[in-house]
Write a protein that binds this ligand. Structure first.
Ligand SMILES: [Mg+2]
Length: 326
């Protein structure tokens, strides 16, 4: 493995070449100027090998997931993405080819999302490979979406489809039987490669449609619980309204017990938001504009907690309400 300065020069400085404020990664810190009238939005996520990704996951996909989970948080706030900084703690057995593939993944997503590396740090660790990324976005001042503004009677919407990431992880572990190869690959892809809903988040903020929003990373029920608690309300979800992909529907048909994985599994990186009932037409227009399904799955109500109702209107007991890190 190359030394720290050679690693930076060969692999990371090229990722920062288009950012004047990065100074070629040769200064003590970077400079980031938000556009006039915008506020900076900051988020960070860490991933540990064996905990947040599988040790043999391809390095380019690990890089893209690390970046995209952060971009998903920017999307949740209604921000557009600008730049990121990166900390790597590398175990001694990691080779240069891993770093090269990791950087390839970052470059692909920098091109896709129009962002740039701004700085970072590389250290050695006696422990597991550990990656931390901090992303910077910007939002017109005063328009950032938050989790806390939902009102009783607001409709609850989710983007895209729910459950694919969690089902993809189970499929990769060989824990789902009877899937076609196409369905298995589709679910695994959603696990490896989140789709941060940046255009949706920015449009929700710009049009003032959402009273509360977040991205679903810990599981639909757990994250909706954050909106309910933050807004001082209860939330009620109709399980059959939760949108499923073709692959997820096939998995659930084969094993109805997987419904709990869909509702509680996490790794969705879809946006969940609350909006007043009189915005139905505006939400439908928004879905068309961002070319993404937006599905009403329930409503906010007075009270506390999250209830998920089955087809008959009976509450579904949820043993595992969502991912908790501790
Ligand atoms: Mg989040």
């Amino acid at each position: 493995m190359l030394g720290e300065f050679d690693l930076i020069a060969r692999y990371f400085a090229p990722l920062a070449a288009s950012a004047p404020g990065a100074f070629g990664l040769s200064n003590d810190a970077a400079v980031l100027d938000p556009a006039p009238g915008y506020s900076v939005v900051v988020t960070t996520d860490a991933m540990v090998a064996g905990v947040h990704f599988l040790p043999d996951d391809p390095a380019n996909l690990v890089a893209r997931k690390l970046l995209r989970v952060n971009l998903s948080d920017l999307a949740a706030m209604g921000a557009r993405a600008r730049a990121y900084v990166l900390d790597l703690a590398l175990p001694p057995n990691l080779d240069e080819a891993w770093v090269a593939a990791f950087v390839d993944g970052l470059r692909a997503d920098q091109d896709e999302f129009g962002i740039t590396l701004l700085g970072g740090d590389t250290v050695k660790t006696p422990g597991a490979l550990t990656l931390a990324l901090t992303a910077f976005g910007e939002v017109p001042t005063g328009t950032a979406l938050t989790r806390t503004g939902a009102r009783a009677g607001d409709d609850i919407y989710v983007s895209g489809s729910i459950g694919d990431g969690a089902l993809g992880l189970k499929a990769l572990r060989g824990e789902i039987v009877g899937l076609t190869e196409t369905a298995r690959a589709a679910l695994a892809d959603r696990y490896h490669l989140p789709r941060p809903r940046l255009a949706l988040g920015q449009a929700l903020a710009a049009r003032g449609l959402a009273t509360a929003a977040l991205d679903i990373s810990d599981g639909l029920v757990a994250d909706l619980g954050h909106v309910a608690t933050g807004s001082g309300l209860a939330a009620e979800v109709e399980a059959q309204a939760v949108p499923l992909s073709t692959a997820a529907r096939a998995a659930l048909t084969a094993d109805p017990g997987l419904r709990e994985v869909v509702l509680g599994g996490g790794d969705d990186y879809e946006l969940l938001f609350a909006a007043p009932p009189d915005t139905v037409a505006a939400i439908a227009a928004l879905a068309e504009d961002v070319a993404l399904p937006l599905t009403r799955i329930g409503a906010m109500a007075a009270g506390t907690g999250v209830r998920v109702l089955d087809e008959a209107g009976a509450p579904i007991p949820l043993a595992k309400a969502g991912w908790s890190h501790f």
